[in-house]
Design a protein around this ligand. Structure first.
Ligand code: SIN
Ligand code: CO
Length: 373
C-alpha cells in the first residue's frame, strides 16, 4: 500500500530501493505535523535524571558538549543562537511518541532504537557528521537546512569533543519544513542547521557492530554453560624447564574448551534477550498499589493492557522476550503475546488464557505493562 509517509512509495518499494541504500526526501510526509512537544517540554525532559540529554554549542569556532541532567536556570543563560539540545528516548515519556514510532513498523521492532528530539534556535546544529544508524529525520516546528553527502572520506576533526567531519563536501541540500522528512542510511554524511526556532524528530534504527554483538554473546554464553571436571595431571612428566607451558597441558586444556558449543537456539535466545535488554539508565516503576490478580484479570479483559512506554518486547518461535527476560509459552499464549509485541497493546478480550494472564499479571507487578486507561 502506498503511503504519504514514504512520499507515495509502498513500504515494500521503500525497503527494496532505499532502506540501507540511499537517502529519500519526503515533502509532507506527515502533513500538519508540528511536533509532539514544545521547547519547554523538551527542556523539562532534559532536566530529568532518567532522560539522556546533551547540549551541543559552537563558540568562537570551537565545538562544545555538555551532558544532562540540566537545570532550568542553565537554559535561561544560554546565548540566543548556535546551540542544540538533544534528548534521547523521548518515546519513554510520551504516549504520542510511541504512536509516532509505530507508524514506522514496516521496519521490524528488533531494529528500532529510539525517538530523539532536538531543539535549536537559529543557526543551531550538531555539525557535519555521519551516524552508524539508519535515521528518519522528521521536521517538527520551524525549518532546518540540510546538506548531505555520499562522500567516502570519514576523517573526523581530531580534537573536537563530538564527531565532526574534517572535510564535509555537501552534494545535495534542502530546507525541510514542518512535516517533511529525510531518510538517511548509515554512514551518510549530513549537516542540519536551524533556520529559525526548530525541532527535529529523529527516528533511529540501531544496528549492532559485530564486535559488540560477539562480546555480548560471549557474556551471555558465560552464564549459560556448565563444564564439568577440572585439570588433572597424575601422569605429569618431569620438565627440564619448569617455566614452560607443556604441550600436554595445552592439549588437555584445549580439549576442555572444545566442549563449548552453541546451537541456533542459543543464538536466538541470546538475540531476544540482547535486543530487549533495557538501556542501563532505564528503570521500571512497579505499581505502588497493585490490584489483586482477580481484579487485574477483570480490568485487563475489560480495558486491555499495553506495554509500559519503556518496555521492549520481541518474539521468536515459542519464546517471548520482554525487557531482557525470556519466557517460553504455549500456542494460545503465543498468539496474544505476539499481538502485544507487534502493536504494544493487547485489546480487550472475552477471557484471557490462563498462561497469558499469569504472565501479564507478573509483568504488571514489575511495571513492564499497564492496564489501558
Ligand atoms: C539534530 O536533530 O539536530 C541532529 C540530528 C542528526 O543530525 O542526526
Ligand atoms: Co546525525
Amino acid at each position: 500500500m502506498r503511503t504519504e509517509l514514504l512520499g507515495g512509495l509502498s513500504p515494500g518499494d521503500f525497503l527494496r530501493d532505499y532502506w540501507q541504500k540511499k537517502p529519500l526526501l519526503v515533502r509532507g510526509a506527515l502533513p500538519g505535523f508540528r511536533g509532539l512537544l514544545t521547547r519547554d517540554d523538551l527542556i523539562g525532559l532534559a532536566c530529568r535524571n532518567d532522560a539522556q540529554s546533551r547540549l551541543i554549542a559552537r563558540k568562537n569556532g570551537k565545538w562544545q558538549v555538555g551532558h544532562g541532567p540540566f537545570t532550568p536556570r542553565f537554559f535561561s543563560r544560554l546565548p540566543k543562537k548556535r546551540w542544540t539540545l538533544l534528548v534521547q528516548d523521548v518515546n519513554h515519556f510520551l504516549p504520542a511518541a510511541r504512536e509516532l514510532l509505530l507508524r514506522f513498523n514496516f521496519i521490524p521492532h528488533s531494529r528500532l532504537d529510539d525517538l530523539m528530539v532536538s531543539y535549536a534556535p537559529g543557526e543551531g546544529g550538531v555539525g557535519p557528521h555521519f551516524d552508524s544508524y539508519d535515521v528518519f529525520l522528521l521536521q517538527g516546528m520551524g525549518r532546518r537546512y540540510w546538506q548531505i553527502s555520499a562522500q567516502r572520506d570519514k576523517r573526523l576533526i581530531v580534537d573536537a569533543p563530538i564527531k565532526i567531519l574534517h572535510d564535509f563536501r555537501p552534494e545535495q541540500e534542502w530546507v525541510l519544513e514542518s512535516g517533511d522528512m529525510l531518510y538517511l542510511p548509515p554512514g551518510y554524511a549530513h549537516n542540519g542547521v536551524a533556520k529559525d526556532d526548530c525541532m527535529t524528530y529523529s527516528i533511529g534504527f540501531r544496528a549492532p557492530g559485530y564486535q559488540e554483538l560477539a562480546t555480548q554473546f560471549l557474556i551471555y554464553l558465560q552464564d549459560h554453560i556448565a563444564i564439568e571436571g577440572m585439570y588433572r595431571d597424575p601422569d605429569i612428566s618431569l620438565q627440564s624447564h619448569p617455566g614452560r607451558i607443556s604441550p600436554a597441558m595445552v592439549r588437555q586444556m584445549s580439549a576442555a574448551l572444545d566442549i563449548i558449543k552453541w546451537s541456533d537456539a542459543d543464538i536466538e535466545r541470546f538475540m531476544g534477550i540482547y535486543l530487549t535488554e533495557p538501556k542501563s539508565h532505564v528503570f521500571f516503576t512497579p505499581p505502588p498499589h497493585p490490584v489483586t490478580r482477580k481484579k487485574f484479570a477483570d480490568q485487563a479483559e475489560k480495558n486491555g493492557v499495553q506495554l509500559d512506554l519503556k518496555s521492549r518486547m520481541l518474539c521468536r518461535g515459542k519464546t517471548v522476550f520482554l525487557n531482557g527476560d525470556a519466557y517460553t509459552v504455549g500456542l494460545a499464549a503465543r498468539r496474544s503475546l505476539e499481538t502485544l509485541a507487534d502493536s504494544h497493546i493487547l485489546p480487550t478480550a472475552e477471557a484471557l488464557d490462563g498462561e497469558v494472564l499469569a504472565l501479564l499479571y507478573q509483568w504488571y507487578r514489575y511495571g513492564h505493562i499497564e492496564i489501558c486507561p
